[in-house]
Design a protein around this ligand. Structure first.
Ligand code: DGY
Length: 323
C-alpha cells in the first residue's frame, strides 16, 4: 500500500522526525527555513497531510488554493489562530492540534517572566554583562516581592491553572481570575481562587496580571490603554498567550510613563518582528516565544501530531480535532 504523503513545514525534534519518516512518505524542512504562502499552497496541492506550526500563516487565501490534495492540517502546537479554521472546514480539511502536553512548560515560562519582571532579572544580567555593576549596596536595584503577592489570571484554562498552582503552592500567591465560566469547585478550593466577573475589576486588584486567553479576532487588543490604566502602578503584566491580545503601543506607553511597573512577554504582535519601542525599555523582559521550548515538551507535541495523523489515516477520529 502506498504511504500517505506528509509535508512538515519546520524542523521537529529528531525523535519525532524519525518516527514520521518510518511511517510515511515525508518531506521534512531540513534547513528549518520559514516557508512562503506559495510554498504552503504547493504543499496543500501535493500532499495528503500538511503539518504546520504556530509561526506559519494559513489564511483563507492559502487554504482556498485550487486542486488541493491535502485532507488534514496536523498542527504542531496548541494555538491555531494562524489557521483560518472556517476556511479549512469549508474546504473539507480537518485541523488537529496538540493540547495538554505543553501545559507545565508554558506555565513555567509564565512564572519565569513573572519572577524576572518582579526581580528585574534581565536588567540585572544586562548590567553585569556591560560591566556596570560596582558592587553590592543597600539600595541597588530594589524590586518587588513575589511571595505573598496577588496573581490575576485572565482566562483560566489548563495553563493558567498550572501557573496558579505553582504560584499559590510555591510562592504563597493569592489567586484571582477572570473566566467566562467558573472553574471546578475542587480547583477553586485547592487554590483558594477568587473569580471576578469582569476584566476591569480584575485588572485593578492584582499585583501581577497574566494572560491565558486564545488569540484571534475576539481577543485582539483585549488589553488596551483603558484596561492598562486600571492596573496598580506597582503591577506587572505577563503575556505567554498570543501577542495580539495586547495593544503593543499602549503597553509601551504604559511602561514608558511608569503607569505600570513592568511586563514580561513571550509573544508579540507580528512576531518575530518585535515593536521597536520595547527594545529601549528596561522595565520589560522579552523572551523569544519559549513557552513550550523544552526537548521533552516539543517531542511530546510531535508525538501528538503523530497520534492525530495515525488516527486520521486509519479512518478513526483524531484525538485532538479542532472543532
Ligand atoms: C502553542 O503551541 O500554541 C504555543 O504557543 C507554542 O509554544
Amino acid at each position: 500500500m502506498t504511504k500517505p504523503k506528509i509535508f512538515v513545514t519546520r524542523q521537529w525534534p529528531a525523535a519525532v522526525e524519525a518516527q514520521l519518516t518510518a511511517l510515511y512518505d515525508v518531506t521534512l524542512n531540513t534547513t528549518d527555513r520559514p516557508l512562503s504562502a506559495d510554498e504552503f499552497k504547493a504543499a496543500l496541492q501535493n500532499y495528503d497531510a500538511v503539518c504546520p506550526t504556530v509561526c506559519d500563516s494559513f489564511p483563507a487565501e492559502v487554504i482556498n488554493v485550487a486542486n488541493k490534495r491535502c485532507k488534514i492540517l496536523g498542527n504542531f502546537g496548541v494555538g491555531y489562530n494562524h489557521i483560518d479554521i472556517n476556511a479549512a472546514k469549508q474546504a473539507g480539511i480537518m485541523v488537529t492540534n496538540t493540547p495538554g502536553v505543553l501545559t507545565e512548560s508554558t506555565a513555567d515560562i509564565a512564572m519565569t517572566l513573572l519572577l524576572m519582571s518582579a526581580r528585574r532579572g534581565a536588567e540585572g544580567d544586562r548590567i553585569v554583562r556591560a560591566k556596570q555593576w560596582h558592587g553590592w549596596c543597600p539600595t541597588h536595584m530594589l524590586s518587588t516581592d513575589v511571595t505573598g503577592a496577588s496573581l490575576g489570571l485572565i482566562g483560566f484554562g489548563r495553563i493558567a491553572q498550572a501557573m496558579a498552582r505553582k504560584a499559590h503552592h510555591g510562592f504563597g500567591m493569592h489567586i484571582h481570575y477572570y473566566n467566562p465560566s467558573p472553574a471546578d469547585a475542587s480547583i477553586v478550593a485547592d487554590l483558594n481562587a477568587v473569580r471576578y466577573d469582569s476584566i476591569e475589576a480584575l485588572m485593578g486588584s492584582a499585583d501581577f496580571i497574566s494572560l491565558h486567553c486564545p488569540g484571534g479576532a475576539e481577543t485582539k487588543h483585549l488589553i488596551n490603554a483603558e484596561r492598562l490604566s486600571l492596573m496598580k502602578t506597582s503591577a506587572h503584566l505577563i503575556n505567554t498567550a498570543r501577542g495580539d491580545v495586547v495593544d503593543s503601543q499602549a503597553l509601551i506607553n504604559a511602561l514608558n510613563s511608569k503607569q505600570i511597573a513592568g511586563a514580561g512577554l513571550d509573544v508579540y504582535e507580528g512576531e518575530p518582528n518585535i515593536h521597536a519601542g520595547f527594545l529601549d525599555l528596561d522595565n520589560v523582559t522579552l523572551l523569544p516565544h519559549l513557552g513550550s521550548a523544552t526537548l521533552n515538551t516539543r517531542t511530546a507535541m510531535g508525538e501528538k501530531v503523530l497520534a492525530n495523523l495515525a488516527a486520521f489515516f486509519s479512518g478513526k477520529e483524531p484525538p485532538d480535532r479542532v472543532r
